[in-house]
Design a protein around this ligand. Structure first.
Ligand SMILES: [Zn+2]
Length: 298
């Protein structure tokens, strides 16, 4: 994943995060998952996946216009007052064109003016084009060669955005040996505190899934501080549990693959003890709009 964008805004957020760190240390064990929505010690993150932003603003798929969807969602996301926003891959329409990212950057402008926007890479992204347009800030980027891995440290949660982009515009994904080794070493050496993983690809054993998902879970399993794995790719909104970790399959905001699925984003309130996730559906199946799912990890 990558981050964006405007340094002045990130600086302001950084200062604010610093103040939060102090508050978190001062109040110690006072956190509870149930207080996630109202405690100032929480971390509000707007989570998006599969924006599929096209260069052509009128591009349409299954009756959805991904450009319009993001355009519509950004004011709502800004109004929700997040401290950060994250796009979990497939930021670009299909092949990660320069013009796709230029449109994305423009659409995200009002949001990036308020908080850092972190962007991970999926199978419809193009690493070089992404970097050229977005120019992600290096302070979030881990040292993993040819992969865009982000580490976001917040007093209540640590976020690791992994990079599963293997081949542009082909379905399968892979972390690869270097990234897996980095992940293992990072978890071994970092101060153990609640950590959540973001990765674009689905975690099954199919040919279009994350091809080394078994090995990834093998790495994560011994670390109880890893609480959840968020992923996208399937354009489905679902929850699960595996190897002691919560699983969150994020809805797409660009379009769904099935009429029974919502299109939208997720308003996340993290606390030390868990996360409350509110679905913000803007299209597709709206039945679960505003539904809150609470994950506890104490
Ligand atoms: Zn997608």
């Amino acid at each position: 994943m990558a981050s964006i964008i405007f340094a002045a805004q990130n600086r302001r957020t950084f200062v604010r995060t610093g103040a939060l760190a102090t508050a978190a240390i001062a109040s110690g064990a006072a956190f509870s998952a149930d207080g996630a929505e109202n405690t100032p010690e929480g971390y509000r993150l707007a989570i998006l996946s599969d924006t599929h932003t096209p260069a052509d603003r009128n591009n349409e798929y299954r009756g959805f216009k991904p450009w319009n969807n993001l355009k519509r969602a950004v004011p709502d996301i800004v109004a929700s007052g997040p401290e950060g926003a994250l796009i979990n891959g497939d930021a670009a329409r299909l092949t990660g064109e320069i013009q796709d990212y230029q449109e994305l950057k423009q659409l995200l402008g009002p949001l990036a003016g308020q908080c850092p926007v972190y962007i991970g890479l999926g199978n419809h992204d193009h690493r070089q084009n992404f970097n050229q347009v977005m120019q992600p800030e290096t302070k979030y980027i881990a040292d993993v060669s040819n992969k865009h891995v982000l580490v976001i440290e917040h007093p209540v949660v640590r976020i690791l955005q992994l990079d599963s982009l293997l081949y542009v515009d082909k379905v399968a994904g892979l972390l690869g040996k270097a990234q897996r080794a980095w992940l293992d070493t990072f978890l071994k050496e970092a101060e153990p505190r609640p950590t959540v993983i973001f990765v674009h690809h689905t975690l099954g054993d199919g040919d279009g899934d994350l091809l080394d998902s078994e090995r990834m879970f093998g790495i994560l399993k011994p670390y109880p501080q890893v609480k959840a794995v968020f992923y996208g790719h399937s354009h489905r909104y679902e929850y699960g549990f595996r190897e002691g970790k919560h699983l969150v399959n994020l809805p797409a905001i660009g379009y769904n693959f099935n009429d029974n699925q919502p299109v939208g984003w997720v308003d996340a309130h993290f606390s030390i003890g868990g996360v409350h996730l509110t679905l913000k559906a803007i299209g597709g199946n709206l039945e679960k709009n505003d539904q809150i799912t609470k994950l506890h990890w104490g």
